[in-house]
Design a protein around this ligand. Structure first.
Ligand code: NAD
Length: 355
C-alpha cells in the first residue's frame, strides 16, 4: 500500500502530520513518501507541481493531500499559482469523481449555523464531476470583443462543456453509490438556461434507466442551493457538474458545523484516489497549531476504504473520531461552551489514543 503524502501549504503540513500519526497507529504496513506541492514546491523548485511530485503521485495507490495556497502567491502568473497543483493532479491522474460526504455528527449539532432539528442526523453525499465543465473547457482567455453589448472593448470568456462519456461515467458513479445508501439520486443542473446542462440532464436520465431500483430526480442549481439550507435532510446522493458541485459542497460543509470536519475523495476509474480535507490552507490560522485535523484524518479513513480496500481500518478511524467528539474534545472551530478546547496535535493524539 503505497501512499504519496503531499502536505502542501499553510495548515496543510500541520493537519497531514496528524493523519500520518493516525495511520501509523493502525496495525497495517504502508509505504509512505512525502513530497512538496503548491507554494512550498514553487519556493523550492519554481513550480507548484514538480515532475518528481507528479511521478510519486502517479506511482502511488493513493495520495494523501493537505491543502495548497496563500494570498502571497496571488500575483504569480496563473500556471505557477499553488492551486494549479490540484488541477494538475486531477487532470494527470484522471480523478473525475469527487465524493464529499456531509455528515452532521450528533455531538456537533450545535456548531451548525442552522437550527439543530434541520441538521441532526444529516448524512448526504455530494458527488461532483471534477475534470470537465467550465473549469477545463477550451477556449478561454481575454480578447477584444467583436460583438455583444460592448464591441471593441476588452472581455474575458470561459467555455462550459461536457461530453456524453464524461456525464455517463459520473452518473454511473452516483447511481452505484446510491445503491449502497437509500437509493435516491438528485441530479443538479441549470437545464432551463444552459445547453450544457440540458444535455447533462438528458444523459443522466438515460443512464438512470439502467438503475430502475434508484429514484432519480432533477433540480435546478439555484433551487438546490436554497433547499440545502431549507430542508437538507431531503437529499441523499447529489450529483452535479464541476462548478455547481464546487459551490454546493462548500454550502453543505457549513451545515455540518465546520469545514474542518469534512473529508473528500477524488477517484479515477481504477480507484486510485486523492484524499484531502474539503477546506483550503487557511493562511489566517496557519502556524498557530489550532487547525482542526479531523477532516484530514477522516480523509485518510476514506483512503483506506476506497483505494486501499481496508474497510475495517477505515471504520476504526471513524469510530475513534466519534469517540473523541463524545469525550467533548473540540478544536477552536467547533468549540462550544462546556467542551474541552484542544489544539491540532492534542486532537490527533486523542484520535490515536481512541484507536
Ligand atoms: P480556507 O478553507 O483555507 O479557509 C476558510 C476559513 O475556514 C478560514 O477562516 C479558515 O481559518 C477556516 N478553516 C479552514 N480549514 C480549517 C480547519 N481545518 N480548522 C479550522 N478552521 C479552518 O479557504 P480560503 O481562506 O478561501 O482559502 C485560503 C487558501 O486556500 C487560498 O489560497 C485558496 O486558494 C486555497 N484553497 C485551497 C484548497 C485546496 O488545497 N484544496 C481548497 C480551497 C482553498
Amino acid at each position: 500500500m503505497k501512499i504519496a503524502v503531499l502536505p502542501g501549504d499553510g495548515i496543510g503540513t500541520e493537519i497531514v502530520a496528524e493523519a500520518v500519526k493516525v495511520l501509523g497507529a493502525l496495525d497495517l504496513k504502508f509505504e509512505m513518501e512525502t513530497a512538496l506541492v503548491g507554494g512550498a514546491a514553487y519556493e523550492a523548485y519554481g513550480h507548484p507541481l514538480p515532475e518528481a511530485t507528479l511521478k510519486l503521485a502517479k506511482a502511488a495507490d493513493a495520495v494523501l493531500f493537505g491543502a495548497v495556497g496563500d494570498w502571497k502567491y496571488d500575483k504569480l502568473e496563473r500556471s505557477l499559482r499553488p492551486e494549479q497543483a490540484i488541477l494538475g493532479l486531477r487532470k494527470n491522474l484522471g480523478l473525475f469523481a469527487n465524493f464529499r460526504p456531509a455528515i452532521c455528527y450528533e455531538q456537533l449539532v450545535d456548531a451548525s449555523s442552522l437550527k439543530p432539528e434541520l441538521v441532526a442526523g444529516l448524512d448526504i453525499l455530494i458527488i461532483r464531476e471534477l475534470t470537465g465543465d467550465i473549469y477545463f473547457g477550451q477556449p478561454r482567455g481575454r480578447r477584444i470583443a467583436t460583438d455583444g453589448h460592448f464591441p471593441g472593448t476588452e472581455e474575458a470568456f470561459d467555455t462550459m462543456r461536457y461530453s456524453r462519456p464524461e456525464i455517463e461515467r459520473i452518473a454511473h458513479v452516483a447511481f452505484q453509490a446510491a445503491r449502497k445508501r437509500s437509493k435516491r439520486v438528485t441530479s443538479v443542473d441549470k437545464a432551463n438556461v444552459l445547453e450544457t446542462f440540458q444535455f447533462w440532464k438528458d444523459v443522466v436520465t438515460e443512464v438512470g434507466e439502467q438503475y430502475p431500483d434508484v429514484q432519480l430526480d432533477h433540480m435546478y442549481v439555484d433551487n438546490a442551493a436554497m433547499q440545502l439550507v431549507r430542508a437538507p435532510k431531503k437529499f441523499d446522493v447529489v450529483v452535479t457538474g464541476n462548478i455547481f458541485g464546487d459551490i454546493l459542497s462548500d454550502e453543505a460543509a457549513m451545515l455540518t458545523g465546520s469545514i474542518g470536519m469534512l473529508p473528500s475523495a477524488s477517484l479515477n476509474s481504477s480507484n486510485q484516489g486523492l484524499y484531502e480535507p474539503s477546506h483550503g490552507s487557511a493562511p489566517d490560522i496557519a502556524g498557530k497549531g489550532i487547525a482542526n485535523p479531523l477532516a484530514t484524518i477522516l480523509s485518510a479513513a476514506m483512503m483506506l476504504r476506497f483505494s486501499l480496500k481496508q474497510p475495517e481500518a477505515a471504520q476504526r478511524i471513524e469510530v475513534a473520531v466519534q469517540s473523541v467528539l463524545t469525550q467533548g474534545l473540540r478544536t477552536a472551530d467547533i468549540f462550544s461552551p462546556g467542551a474541552t478546547r484542544v489544539n491540532t496535535q492534542e486532537m490527533g493524539a486523542a484520535v490515536v489514543k481512541a484507536l
